[in-house]
Design a protein around this ligand. Structure first.
Ligand code: AP5
Length: 212
């Protein structure tokens, strides 16, 4: 199964992608996580990407498409995957189509997770992450067992550097301007479904499962 999750920053894509990944035993492919990994390693791509990410801007399409071309041909993507955060512009969506055409493949379902902007601003202020694993928490809606610590490793949680209010506002604007046009793009392919992302995490998950 090849699933694409689209939604605003902080809309719950990562949270749901992790749950889908463990239910269906297919990898979560998150361009955000991949880029943060490059930034951590200070690779050539990471150094370039950081400038854009810190401002809440998108990393240029050609860099993203190059990174995804090699990722999607990985062996562990053979039986499907959950795309989280890619594509997020029309050129990326068209680029993905040609990558998939070349390997005689296609997306099965695209799920839009709908969340209002004011809810996003509230959520981002409370997000905490475990850097090494990418596990995601929220101080109010999905708290760790021990305050400030990862459930599995007990290591300290951190705040993402692009979760500042002003950066989040810019990320939301970019979502409305550049990513929302994908809704029409995938609607025309008849593979698009929408879920209400403002419900509780487990309810959003059930809605997604119902659409699959
Ligand atoms: P990326 O990491 O992809 O960020 P994003 O799309 O902005 O999404 P987030 O990871 O912020 O949120 P999410 O939807 O995964 O929500 P989460 O589950 O964490 O990208 C970061 C940056 O990298 C971009 O700004 C850009 O610079 C660059 N980049 C990445 N991909 C790119 C691409 N393709 N092209 C160009 N540039 C790219 O949930 C958020 C919080 O809410 C958490 O605390 C969670 O616990 C909580 N929560 C989740 N669901 C619920 C719920 N139902 N109710 C209450 N709380 C909830």
């Amino acid at each position: 199964m090849k699933i694409l999750l689209i939604g605003p920053p902080g809309g719950g894509k990562g949270t749901q992608a992790k749950k889908l990944s463990s239910k269906f035993n297919i990898p979560q492919v998150s361009t955000g996580d991949m880029l943060r990994d490059h930034v951590k390693k200070m690779s050539k791509l990471g150094i370039k990407a950081k400038e854009f990410m810190d401002q809440g801007e998108l990393v240029p399409d050609e860099l993203i498409l190059k990174m995804m071309k090699s990722k999607l041909s990985d062996d562990n993507c053979k039986n499907g995957y959950i795309l989280d955060g890619f594509p997020r512009t029309l050129p990326q969506a068209k680029g993905l189509d040609s990558l998939l055409d070349n390997i005689d493949s296609n997306l099965d379902k695209v799920i839009i997770i709908k969340v209002d902007d004011d809810v996003i601003i509230d959520r981002m202020g409370g997000r905490r992450v475990h850097k090494n694993s990418g596990r995601i928490y929220h101080i109010k809606y999905n708290p760790p067992k021990n305050e400030g610590l990862d459930d599995i490793t007990n290591e300290p949680l951190s705040i993402r550097s692009d979760d500042k209010k002003e950066t989040v506002k810019n990320r939301l604007k970019i979502y409305h301007d550049l990513t929302k046009p994908l809704i029409n793009f995938y609607n025309l392919k008849n593979i698009l479904f929408e879920v209400d992302g403002q419900n509780e995490i487990e309810d959003v998950f059930s809605s997604i499962i119902n659409k699959l």
